[in-house]
Design a protein around this ligand. Structure first.
Ligand SMILES: Nc1ncnc2c1ncn2[C@@H]1O[C@H](COP(=O)(O)OP(=O)(O)O)[C@@H](O)[C@H]1O
Ligand SMILES: [Mg+2]
Length: 146
């Protein structure tokens, strides 16, 4: 299966996050595209909660990277949650050390505003688009990019 889609409200976002993870978990890099207010941060927070991230999941709006951890059977997994909204270009991304996080072999990276530095996203990645249907409903589509 190379694509996935769902619609959800805040009431059923946890179930949507769980289904999405079944599709997405084998890929290390997840890129979340969508307009301001579409629900990227909200969905990532729901996903992190599903995974058992216990640190208070704060928004990276003022930080380029937040680091979260969750336990799995064999080890603790790292998630880098990045928001590239404020980045100007790829060069700034590289100077900020974002590439090093992206290339860390056993860490997940959840990236908001990936368009800002598409060139540094390592393949394969999952391209996720979130759009508003109504004030309360969102559509999420996801596709594996080899
Ligand atoms: N089904 C939904 N999924 C996600 N966010 C929703 C939903 N319905 C309403 N919202 C609201 O939309 C806003 C989304 O904001 P946010 O997640 O910060 O967006 P983004 O990170 O894409 O800019 C929040 O205020 C959230 O409460
Ligand atoms: Mg956001």
């Amino acid at each position: 299966m190379s694509s996935f889609s769902t619609t959800f409200t805040l009431q059923d976002i946890d179930a949507a996050a769980q289904q999405f993870w079944q599709f997405a978990h084998t890929c290390r890099i997840l890129a979340f595209s969508g307009e301001m207010g579409a629900g990227k941060t909200t969905f990532i927070h729901a996903l992190c909660a599903q995974l058992g991230v216990e640190d208070a999941v704060s928004s990276p709006t003022f930080a380029l990277i937040n680091e979260y951890r969750f336990p799995t059977q064999d080890k603790e997994q790292i998630i880098y949650h990045m928001d590239w909204y404020r980045l100007r270009d790829t060069e700034e991304a590289i100077n900020a050390g974002l590439e090093d996080c992206l290339l860390q072999k056993d860490a997940y990276c959840f990236v908001e505003w990936p368009e800002k530095a598409l060139d540094i996203l390592p393949h394969p990645y999952i391209w996720v688009e979130i759009t508003s249907i109504t004030a309360t409903e969102r559509r999420l589509t996801a596709e594996l990019k080899q």
